[in-house]
Ligand binder design. Structure first.
Ligand SMILES: *Cc1c(COP(=O)(O)O)cnc(C)c1O
Length: 224
């Protein structure tokens, strides 16, 4: 069930803090998305390409769809024509494919670099060394990368009860973000988005400098 009261107070709070709310609707029906849409929500996050395609057909065209899941290169072509922001760019191969498909669609596709900050090995993302290698490649090959725009970074903290661990991880991501924002590799002026924080840890993420949170279960109830 959609928790409209939670939505109204959360969206008000985040607006005052200049934090963008991405409502994570994976595994939830289009009708639930429409409920929040009717209350004014426009940014929605999905994790699975097939599911996203089914939903876009059934919902208003002015929704800004965020792809927040692990994206396989061979599926980029399906979402390239309309996706608003891809949060999980975790390899050069994926970025090159997004650029290629962006070109085909006549678009510049906004992307976030996913950074590995958690203790779990299973989570995706660049480590610090890879980020510097990536940045060096990007800077050298910028002219060929005209159909992607690196807007910032995304990270997921450890799934942990240990608040000090989670805080440490958010801190680390914020620092990494600032290092790259301040121009190490000449990412665009538009390098301005730090996507961190979910239902369980968004307040801490905002305190640590997040300006985009991805919230699912708090709004739509538990999944599955
Ligand atoms: C599912 C998901 C979320 C939302 O998680 P909740 O705990 O339900 O808020 C946020 N980010 C990513 C990458 C997700 O996969």
């Amino acid at each position: 069930m959609v928790n409209t009261l939670a939505y109204l107070s959360l969206s008000e709070q985040l607006k005052n803090q200049n934090v963008t709310l991405v409502a994570v609707s994976k595994l939830k029906p289009a009708a639930d998305i429409k409920t929040l849409y009717d209350l004014g929500q426009r940014d929605f996050g999905e994790n699975y390409v097939q599911e996203l395609l089914e939903k876009t057909g059934a919902l208003p065209e002015d929704i800004r769809w965020h792809f927040i899941g692990h994206l396989q290169s061979n599926k980029v072509k399906y979402i390239a024509p309309f996706v608003h922001l891809i949060h999980g760019v975790d390899s050069l191969k994926l970025l090159l494919e997004i650029n290629k498909q962006g070109k085909k669609s006549g678009r510049v596709i906004d992307c976030l670099l996913q950074v590995h900050i958690a203790t779990e090995e299973t989570k995706f993302g660049f480590d610090n060394t890879e980020l510097f290698q990536f940045g060096a490649y990007y800077e050298t090959n910028k002219a060929e990368l005209a159909h992607v725009r690196i807007r910032g970074m995304m990270g997921m903290a450890s799934f942990s009860e240990d608040e000090s661990q989670v805080r440490k991880e958010f801190n680390a991501l914020k620092q990494t973000f600032e290092v790259h924002k301040s121009g190490t590799f000449l990412f665009e002026q538009s390098f301005d988005t730090l996507s961190m924080g979910m239902s369980g840890d968004y307040e801490m993420a905002i305190a640590k400098g997040s300006n985009m949170v991805r919230i699912g279960s708090l709004l739509f109830g538990r999944r599955g």
